[in-house]
Each structure stands twice: as structure tokens, then as C-alpha cells.
Design a protein around this ligand. Structure first.
Ligand SMILES: Nc1nc2c(c(=O)[nH]1)N[C@H]1C(S)=C(S)[C@@H](COP(=O)(O)OP(=O)(O)OC[C@H]3O[C@@H](n4cnc5c(N)ncnc54)[C@H](O)[C@@H]3O)O[C@H]1N2
Ligand code: MOO
Length: 644
């Protein structure tokens, strides 16, 4: 099969409009459901009340039922005596009121007679006072909900009160999901130890199934189709017979086995192959036997975005829904994101509020970075024909997370350590509703973010080469005249992460001979500073280290690179080596602290962070991870550096 080179990508809006036009008017169907099961469904027709509610005149307050006309003339000067059995009946809220009674006086307004045989009242009551008249809430025949209304819990109770038991709702569109690819293994068949080399656990179909349900449809997953066009043809034809919409996943691009587009052309028509969004470019919009068949790219982020932009609008056609309104906010980016001119680019971001300003920290941009979706609070969309957005500029963010949650976020930018995940977990476990959102950019970038008031806390382990101390020296230099505090964190062991048994026998930087493949950390990372310091001490030039330019963003990615033999050695913390069953050669003990502004200490999110940091659970967790000591944990050191 020849490669598909699709260089003519279409604009997203034009492609979608053209596709919806080609699909024409969709015959929507409805089905009857019990009102009690109708939550979230869309009413296919207007719903009318069968009964009135209340269905009888009912007492609205606890007190006595009276005949209103007989209370005329009662006043403070001329109180009226009411006798039990003759003039009134004791009643409670919800009781039926029958003639001749037509009004209720609240218990609080009654003055008991001294003899206890009745009450005195000092004002007259009008007819139907404190009475819920029949039909006061809902009148039989009244329209309760218009057609197209999405049913909520309150609607359910109103319908039931009005005697409506079943209603017609729009039928959920059935969305067929066909995963493809020779390398795919159904999750049920993946060994417990993980997929064999070269195999991939088929996970996208489960994401689509969830997305289909979230958007009001029914997902129908089909077996994985191997890379053979005749099998895909068969699968598509079957799915088209059984479903309203069909998704074919992967095989949408230019690979030799990417023949989805050929199959769809053979079975029907393809209106678009390739749109100007990134990730998500290789979308295929086809029609087979009148049904929409959409080819989505294999990478999970691309697949998710393309689903949002193309499958959801088609599903909304079936539901006759305008779709959910997207919430948007403006936020300041913490770092520059560059973008090509040809595509509209979707950058996932984490959000937080620092000093009253919304801050967006961009996450990993790879199309396969599914964790960027897990962590994202929103997307920043960089338009076509834009080269990108500069750091500290404002951008529009489409929200995925609730705005309230964002206000309860402790923003942490700086050096990475897995204890940040543990602290977030401890904060989330408590009743506070607060969370910690950390972006790993290295110690130096964290301090710069703190300087610019773009983070609450900057975790840092910056060595002062002159005196071997940590953090204080650089803070004094960077924050003259500002009130900065150091929240003491942990001492942690830094060293060489090597394969089990240390086969290359690495003990010191001097053992990093040219045959040894090193993996480094990004510029500005404290671990890189430490490595450079060790090299300098030994008089070893950086350029002599094989792999000095090979960078990873976290300790854990260094450890994985060693585990999977992309490198022989890298510097990192003990706990990461241990988690992956690797060996560790001690090189230094360093201080990993949390830098913040003094004025932030009183913020509830910072207080909650301190609580988690000083908790017994956290100490226990450090013990479990290994490689940490915490003698000064949670202590606060003021670093006020006022120049005289
Ligand atoms: N020469 C070119 N190569 C590629 C281009 C291009 O323009 N020219 N586009 C790239 C872009 S952009 C994307 S996105 C991908 C899309 O590729 P396909 O849709 O053809 O998907 P595959 O190559 O088959 O798979 C990509 C990736 O995703 C994994 N995958 C696939 N299905 C699943 C599933 N159901 N569950 C989990 N993971 C899945 C698959 O194993 C691959 O790792 O193409 C670029 N290439
Ligand atoms: O455009 Mo692809 O969808 O970036 O990964």
C-alpha cells in the first residue's frame, strides 16, 4: 500500500461545516423511558401535567383551620375567642382543608385562653391564608418542560408530582468504535507484567466509550481489526449497519498500513483527510451508506481532541442539541509556547490563581502525552498563522476544570520530586478541597516564576558552589529588598542511577568514560547544577560526557531511561531508582526546600500545604520511599535581604 501524503489540510471550521452539510438532516428517533430513569436525557416532546399539584387544598403551616368570614372584626381592642370543635380544627402542614374551613392561622399567632378551652385572635384572616390551593404549583394540562430540554433532578420531581410517569426522550446515538492495528492487544489479554515488547495495550476505545457516554451516546466497541484492508471493510460495514455513527481509530496517517482512508473511499465518500489542528491533524471525515464514519488518529491526545472537535458536533446533531457552552477564562502563561503557522494548536495547561492573577502553566505537548490530558485544567488554543504566545502574555483558556477548583489550587513551579505528588495526595485526602498543582521546570525557573508572582511556592535545591550551602545564597541574590521565606523541606540523597548490579561499575563522575551513555537534566534543574559542580570539582569538561545533551525533565524519566537502556546512567534521587528496581550510587546529600513569599504564608492553600508537610502521614511516606531525612521539615526561615 502506498503512503498517503495529505498535504492539503483543511481548516477545522470549514471541514466541519462541509461535513455536517453533506450529512444533511438527520432523522432523530425517540424512545419512551421512565421519568425516574430520565436524568440527563433530552425530552423529545413537550411534557404536560396530568394532575394538578397540590391535588387538594392543603394546609401550608402548622396551626388551626378556621372559616375566614367568621374572623372579621378581630382586633387588639376587640379580640375574638375561637372555641375548639366549634370555630376551629387543629391542623398540621400538608393536611387537607375541607369546607367550611378555608384559612389557617399559624400556631405562633394564637393566644391561648386562660381556661384552655380555645384561642384568642387579634386580627382577621383572609380566605386561603396559609392554604396551598389546589393547582397552586402545577395545573393539570400545563406544560412542564419544552421539547429539547435536558432533564435534571428537579425536573424529575416536578414531572412525578404532576402524574407523569414515562416520557419520550431522544434516542441516544449508538457510536460504533473500531480499534485497529497489528500491534494492539486487548486489555483483557495484556499480561500482568505489562505488554510484550512491540505490543500496545488497546486503550483508546475505552476513552472513546467514556467520551461517547459523557456526550449522551451509547458506545459500542468492536474487536481490534488487524492491519488488513478487507477486514477493516467488513468491520466498517457491520458497524454502519448496527450504529448511527462509526469511529475508526488509528491508521489515519501516512504509514504504510494506514489504509483507513482507502477503505472509506471504496465503501463511500471521504470529504476530508487532514485538518489544521494540532494534535489531531490526520482526521478523516467520511460517509458510508449515509452514516458518518470518522477516522481518528492513534495518539491519545490527537484522538481526544479530534473527538471533541468532530465527533461531538455530529452526536449533537442526533440529539438536536446545541452542545454545552464552553467556559473560557484569560490567563497568563508561565512560559513561551511556539507554534507553527499552519495549524491551530491545542496546548494543555494547568491553572492556578496567584496574587489575584490567573496563571497557566503549559504541560507536555506531545500527541501521545496522555498524562497532559489527565493533568490539564484547560486548553490554550494558539490560532493558525500565529507563531505562538510569549511567556507572561495573556491567552484565552478553554476550561476543563471547574473554576472554583482553580481558586483552591496551590501553584508550585520549580524542581521536581515525587514527594510533591505525595503532598498533593495528602491535601486532596483532607476535607479542605484544596490541591497542589506542580509544574516541573527546574529550580531556577521556579524562582523566576516566584519573582514574577506566577507561583505560590518554588521547590528548589540550588547549590552554592562557593560554600556548598543550598538555596539561601541564590535567594539573596535574586530577591534583594523582598521578604522571602524558606520552608525547610527534606534532605535527599542524590546520586547515580544505574542498572541493577551496576554493570559499568560507576562510582564517581570520573567513571563516566566516553563509552558510558549519560542522561542529563534540563538547564536550570538543580540536579544539573549539582552534576556540573561535580564535574568541575574533578576538572572534567562537560563535552567529554557522552549524552550531556540528552535531557530528561524529571528524576523519574531519568530512571526510566536507564531501566529501558536508553542510557547507562543519570543523576537523580534514590527513591526513583528504588521504585524502578535500579541501583543507586550515592553522590551527595542535598537540601530540597520550598521557597515562598512571606505574605503568602497566611494563604489558606499555603497553610494547608504546611499542615500536610508537617503531618505524621507524610513522615511515614518519606520513610517508605527511602533516601530522605526530614529533621527540619516545615521550619520557616526568613530571608530578608534589605540593602542598606
Ligand atoms: N510521515 C508522516 N507521519 C506521520 C504524520 C504525517 O503527517 N506524516 N502524522 C503524524 C501524526 S500528526 C499523527 S497524530 C499520527 C497518527 O497516526 P495514525 O492515526 O496513523 O495512528 P498509528 O500510526 O496507527 O498510531 C499512532 C500511535 O497511537 C497508538 N495507538 C493507535 N491506536 C491505539 C489504541 N486503540 N489504543 C492505544 N494506542 C493506540 C499506536 O500504537 C501508535 O503508537 O501519525 C504521525 N505520523
Ligand atoms: O497532529 Mo498529530 O495529531 O499532532 O499528533
Amino acid at each position: 500500500m502506498k503512503r498517503n501524503l495529505y498535504l492539503n489540510v483543511q481548516d477545522k471550521e470549514a471541514a466541519l461545516e462541509n461535513y455536517l452539510d453533506a450529512l444533511g438532516e438527520i432523522q432523530t428517533e425517540s424512545e419512551m423511558v421512565s421519568v425516574t430513569e430520565s436524568l440527563g436525557r433530552t425530552a423529545a416532546e413537550a411534557v404536560f401535567a396530568r394532575w394538578s399539584s397540590p391535588s387538594y387544598n392543603s394546609c401550608a403551616m402548622d396551626g388551626i383551620a378556621v372559616v375566614s368570614s367568621r374572623t372579621k372584626g378581630a382586633s387588639e381592642k376587640n379580640p375574638l375567642l375561637l372555641r375548639e370543635g366549634e370555630d376551629y380544627l387543629d391542623v398540621d402542614t400538608g393536611d387537607m382543608i375541607l369546607p367550611p374551613y378555608d384559612a389557617v392561622i399559624m400556631a405562633e399567632e394564637l393566644i391561648e385562653t386562660e381556661s384552655g378551652d380555645g384561642y384568642e385572635i387579634i386580627s382577621a384572616v383572609p380566605p386561603f391564608a396559609n392554604v396551598r390551593a389546589v393547582g397552586e404549583d402545577i395545573v393539570a394540562g400545563e406544560m412542564i418542560l419544552p421539547s429539547g430540554h435536558e432533564i435534571r433532578a428537579v425536573d424529575i420531581s416536578a414531572m412525578l408530582s404532576a402524574g407523569v410517569r414515562t416520557i419520550p426522550v431522544r434516542k441516544k446515538p449508538a457510536v460504533g468504535i473500531i480499534p485497529t492495528g497489528d500491534e494492539m492487544t486487548d486489555i483483557a489479554d495484556v499480561p500482568d507484567t505489562g505488554p510484550e515488547d512491540g505490543r500496545i495495550a488497546e486503550t483508546n476505545s475505552w476513552m472513546f466509550d467514556g467520551l461517547v457516554r459523557e456526550n449522551g451516546g451509547i458506545g459500542k466497541r468492536y474487536d481490534i481489526v488487524p492491519d488488513r484492508p478487507e477486514l477493516l471493510e467488513e468491520a466498517v460495514l457491520r458497524a454502519v449497519r448496527e450504529c448511527d455513527i462509526v469511529i475508526v481509530n488509528a491508521g489515519s496517517s501516512a504509514g504504510r498500513d494506514d489504509y483507513t482512508v482507502h477503505v472509506l473511499r471504496k465503501l463511500g465518500t471521504v470529504l476530508t483527510h487532514g485538518v489544521s489542528i494540532k494534535p489531531g491533524k490526520p482526521v478523516i471525515l467520511g460517509i458510508v451508506k449515509g452514516k458518518p464514519v470518522i477516522g481518528l488518529p492513534g495518539y491519545s491526545v490527537s484522538a481526544y481532541l479530534a473527538f471533541r472537535e468532530f465527533v461531538v458536533p455530529v452526536m449533537n446533531r442526533f440529539l438536536l442539541s446545541g452542545g454545552r457552552a464552553e467556559e473560557k477564562i484569560r490567563a497568563k502563561l508561565t512560559k513561551t509556547v511556539m507554534s507553527g503557522l499552519k495549524y491551530e494548536e491545542y496546548v494543555r495547561v494547568k491553572l492556578g490563581l496567584v496574587d489575584g492573577e490567573m496563571i497557566a502553566a503549559p504541560l507536555g505537548r506531545g500527541a501521545g502525552a496522555s498524562m497532559s490530558l489527565v493533568k490539564a485544567d484547560g486548553f490554550c488554543v494558539i490560532p493558525k498563522n500565529s507563531e505562538g504566545i510569549m511567556a507572561h502574555e495573556e491567552a484565552e483558556i478553554r476550561l476543563l476544570e471547574k473554576p472554583e477548583q482553580i481558586g483552591r489550587t496551590l501553584v508550585v513551579i520549580g524542581s521536581h520530586d515525587i514527594i510533591l505528588d505525595v503532598l498533593n495526595d495528602l491535601m486532596m485526602e483532607s476535607q479542605s478541597g484544596m490541591r497542589l498543582s506542580s509544574t516541573h521546570m527546574g529550580s531556577m525557573s521556579g524562582l523566576i516564576a516566584l519573582k514574577r508572582r506566577e507561583t505560590h511556592i518554588a521547590p528548589s535545591h540550588l547549590l552554592c558552589e562557593e560554600d556548598g550551602t543550598y538555596n539561601e545564597a541564590v535567594i539573596r541574590e535574586m530577591f534583594p529588598g523582598e521578604k522571602i521565606v524558606l520552608i525547610k523541606g527534606v534532605r535527599r540523597r542524590q546520586g547515580f542511577i544505574v542498572k541493577k548490579g551496576n554493570p559499568l561499575n560507576i562510582r564517581t563522575v570520573a567513571d563516566l568514560t566516553p563509552e558510558v551513555r549519560y542522561i542529563n537534566r534540563q538547564k536550570g534543574a538543580g540536579t544539573r547544577v549539582l552534576f556540573d559542580y561535580l564535574l568541575k570539582k574533578e576538572g572534567i569538561p562537560k563535552m567529554q560526557i557522552t549524552g550531556y545533551e540528552h535531557e530528561a525533565a524529571t528524576h523519574m524519566s531519568v530512571a526510566v531511561a536507564v531501566q529501558k537502556d536508553n542510557a547507562d546512567v543519570g543523576m537523580g534521587i534514590y527513591s526513583c531508582a528504588r521504585t524502578l528496581g535500579l541501583d543507586f550510587v550515592d553522590a551527595a546529600s542535598e537540601e530540597y526546600d520550598f521557597v515562598t513569599r512571606e505574605e503568602y504564608l497566611d494563604l489558606p492553600v499555603v497553610q494547608e500545604f504546611l499542615r500536610a508537610l508537617r503531618s505524621r502521614e507524610f513522615l511515614a511516606k518519606l520513610e517508605e520511599l527511602g533516601g530522605y531525612t526530614a529533621e527540619e521539615i516545615g521550619e520557616i526561615r526568613k530571608i530578608h535581604n534589605f540593602l542598606s
